[in-house]
Ligand binder design. Structure first.
Ligand SMILES: [Fe+2]
Length: 346
């Protein structure tokens, strides 16, 4: 899934993210009222997101639970009429920081009804360029307004020397990259004043200079950063297929005990490779891997991603309902004793 694809979708003005002044647009609806927000309780899990900065004690956060969907521009009208179970929403914050208009109004309307979390695509968490401090100010304000309990981004880089590749590129699986990226995640959590989780990305080539496996690299980063894992089950499957590995072994090699959220999505086959395009229903092996992941990490919030060839909202919710049924089945019988002690022992 490319960064450019992600940012284009749902972008209020249909273009790439614009430079920002760090300020949210003027409120035109009096801000968010949280009196009617559902306050879902997080299910018990081994990592509680307390390893880094906690949300400020004075802030009541809105916790996602069960299965949610991405808020996309294509569904702005439909979601305001929707009477089905939505669960919770995930947004791409780059589409809202320093933007206003209908998109922000729709987001505020949604945030009065469902928990909303933010999943960034442009911070280049593992990259060499300094984090954009002005953007982080605007991002923290947006997260505060949404009362988002945590922030997630990708374990990747996207810019070098100010040049944005508009893609989520893999980092070299090296000790140097571990130390650099972990320090940046700590910096990010400090600026945002809330826990951060990073996502295992799909990648189609490995960077030179690596000395460890993907599982070892992801584990080392999240342990050194003391942060959460956003476990993308489809990415595990895509990488395993493309790199000729066993997806169940790849899953078990990740630091599952630090999972704060899960992603599931569809992909497309192109010749010998499969591409993580978020544009199809999940295939059966990914459903099976999702259930295995849930049984390992417990019923953590799960987000169904559908970002290209976006169908009607009802079709997306049909897919989310199938995930919700699995989530509820696992939640009803899960106990912490099922959880892996460490990623390597899972
Ligand atoms: Fe994902």
């Amino acid at each position: 899934m490319s960064h450019a694809d992600l940012v284009h979708r749902g972008l209020p003005h249909g273009g790439l993210p614009q430079r920002h002044d760090g300020r949210l647009p003027q409120r035109h609806d009096g801000g968010l009222s949280h009196g009617r927000l559902p306050h879902g309780r997080l299910p018990h899990r081994r990592y509680d997101g307390r390893g880094l900065i906690q949300p400020r004690s004075s802030m009541t956060t809105t916790q996602p639970t069960g299965v949610g969907i991405g808020l996309r521009r294509e569904h702005f009208a439909a979601i305001e009429q929707c009477e089905r179970r939505v669960g919770w929403l995930e947004i791409i914050p780059e589409n809202y920081v320093a933007h206003g208009g209908h998109a922000l109004a729709n987001l505020r309307w949604c945030a009065e009804r469902w928990p909303v979390v933010a999943h960034g695509v442009s911070l280049s968490v593992g990259g060499p360029d300094p984090l954009d401090e002005d953007y982080l100010v605007g991002l923290r304000r947006l997260l505060d307004e949404l009362r988002a309990p945590f922030y997630t981004d990708h374990l990747c880089y996207a810019t070098i020397g100010g040049v944005n590749f508009y893609d989520l590129l893999p980092l070299p699986f090296s000790e140097e990259a571990v130390h650099h990226t972990a320090a940046r995640i700590r910096q990010l959590a400090d600026r945002l004043e809330r826990p951060v989780a990073v996502e295992n990305i799909s990648y189609y080539a490995t960077m030179p200079g690596g000395t460890m496996s993907e599982g070892q690299f992801v584990s080392a980063v999240v342990e050194e950063a003391d942060c959460g894992l956003l476990l993308d089950v489809n990415n595990v499957y895509v990488n395993a297929q493309n790199h000729r590995e066993d997806p169940r072994a790849s899953l078990a090699a990740l630091p599952l005990h630090r999972t704060m959220q899960i992603h599931i999505a569809g992909h497309v086959k192109e010749g010998e490779r499969i591409i993580d395009n978020h544009g199809r229903p999940l295939i059966e092996p990914v459903w099976a891997l999702y259930e295995q992941a849930l049984q390992a990490v417990g019923p953590v919030p799960t987000l169904l991603e559908w970002d290209t060839d976006i169908p009607a909202l009802d079709r997306v919710l049909d897919e989310a309902d199938r995930a919700q049924a699995i989530w509820e089945r696992v939640a009803s019988s899960w106990s912490p004793s099922h959880a892996p002690r460490t990623a390597r022992s899972a």
